[in-house]
Design a protein around this ligand. Structure first.
Ligand code: SAM
Length: 422
């Protein structure tokens, strides 16, 4: 009973999902802390952690799992290196690249990021890396930067030779790399992190799986506030179902578990009160290609008015609308219009899995789960290895509480990644 109350307190304050951590683990941590405090009655210990922040933090130290290692999963770091080389450095005026590792545990992740950026050709004064974790012990270890063999999994000998000094007590990271990361001890759940700092890239890996739904939402909202538009988000390998396709697009590189934040506000958010935006958008116009000549949005509207009812648009043989423009239209909040154009596009390109995926996303934006599921299924039928369709479907199944179906889809995605581990 009291153990359950301790578990609830941990859920409320640090977002810990009690079903993910075994009750034995919580019990063991509590017994350890009771012994340290010389409190034999668990009820007295509960009273203590309810009132003492210091003791609650000490209990958290026993509960958290700061399991991490250098270049964990490898692919995210390879992608980061390519991204910096091919996209960031080729910008006309690349500013300072700001990255956040949250949670950073004992520092292996942010230090791997620092090494990756240097190897990508970014000089130390061109980037800033912050690391945040709730565990004071982990942050102290990160600042010490002395690591055992356990922090190196797989063949990392090249990095070991270049960036570490072997000592009697472990591998000491060189000071020049240590200087590149700022560490902060903070609770990501329930604490509003300063919004003065915005980031181009956030790593939030292997935390969401331990959190309750509401804590997960809080963390994702925090990420949303801290990440710049078009910024990159890296999550853990089993956390994709937590990411909303309304806000993030998968970069579709297997094993990177990377997403790009959509540039504009999400489809659903932009649905309301968008009349002014709509006018503004129509004034600007977008180019939609037709087989005879290019027609702008105004002409297209005219064409649609001439063709009454609007459904006749989808029967027009002259229109060859392209998907990026439909997406642009949707990002302006014109969801219904985008749906009509997408349907039109499909009458001319009935085997386009990409169009069915876009249509599914648009229905999703309109909160029409039945229609969106149908579209994603159609995409999957046309392209059985479409990772994007699988991810969307898995998310819907998960939202609907169809765990078995979600699990099967996740297994398909994993199998896909094993076949094509690019
Ligand atoms: C498994 S490690 C992940 C480290 C690294 N991101 C990785 O993927 O290798 C999880 C970390 O989350 C931290 N953590 C758990 N709850 C937290 C919270 N509410 N706020 C900040 N950090 C938290 C733990 O202290 C632990 O170090």
């Amino acid at each position: 009973m009291t153990l359950a109350a301790i578990s609830t307190l941990l859920s409320q304050r640090i977002g810990l999902e009690s079903t993910v951590i075994s009750p034995r683990h919580i019990e063991k941590a509590t017994v350890t802390r009771q012994a340290a405090c010389q409190i034999s009655d668990i009820k007295d210990y509960l009273k203590l952690i309810q009132t003492s922040e210091i003791e609650f933090a000490a209990l958290v130290e026993e509960i958290v799992v700061p399991e991490t290692w250098f270049f964990r999963d490898r692919k995210p770091f390879e992608y980061l290196k390519n991204y910096v080389r091919s996209q960031w450095l080729s910008r006309r005026n690349p500013s300072i690249l700001r990255l956040l590792s949250m949670p950073c545990a004992t520092g292996e992740e942010p230090y791997s990021i620092a090494i990756t950026l240097l190897e990508a050709g970014l000089s130390p004064n061109r980037f800033i890396i912050d690391g945040i974790d709730i565990s004071q012990r982990a942050i102290a270890k990160a600042r010490q930067a002395l690591y055992s063999k356990n922090s190196f999994r797989g063949d990392l000998s090249i990095y070991q030779q270049q960036y570490f000094q072997p000592t009697e007590s472990g591998y000491q990271l060189t000071q020049s790399i240590q200087n590149l990361v700022n560490f902060y001890c903070n609770n990501i759940v329930n604490v509003s992190l300063s919004e003065r700092k915005k980031y181009d890239i956030i790593f939030c890996r292997n935390l969401l799986i331990y959190l309750t739904d509401s804590a997960c939402k809080q963390v994702l909202n925090t990420i949303d506030r801290l990440l710049l538009p078009s910024g990159l988000l890296f999550i853990g390998s089993s956390e994709f179902a937590k990411i909303s396709p309304d806000r993030y697009t998968s970069i579709c590189q297997p094993f990177t578990f990377a997403y790009q934040k959509r540039e504009t506000t999400t489809f659903p958010d932009s649905l309301e009160g968008n009349k002014e935006k709509k006018k503004d958008y129509l004034n600007k116009g977008i180019t939609i290609h037709s087989s005879d000549k290019s027609v702008d949005e105004k002409n297209l509207k005219q064409k649609r008015q001439e063709q009454n009812p609007p459904v006749s648009l989808s029967q027009s043989p002259v229109l060859d609308i392209d998907l990026p423009n439909i997406r642009k239209l949707a990002n302006q909040g014109e969801i219904d219009e985008a749906i009509t154009l997408c349907q039109t596009y499909l009458t001319h390109h009935p085997t386009s899995a990409a169009a069915y995926i876009l249509l599914g996303e648009l229905y999703q934006a309109n909160r029409d789960e039945v229609a969106s599921k149908k579209s994603f299924r159609k995409a999957l039928y046309l392209e059985p290895n479409s990772e994007s369709a699988l991810i969307h479907l898995a998310l819907i199944e998960q939202n609907q509480g169809n765990w078995a179906s979600a699990e099967i889809l996740q297994q398909r995605i994993q199998r896909l990644k094993q076949i094509d581990p690019r």
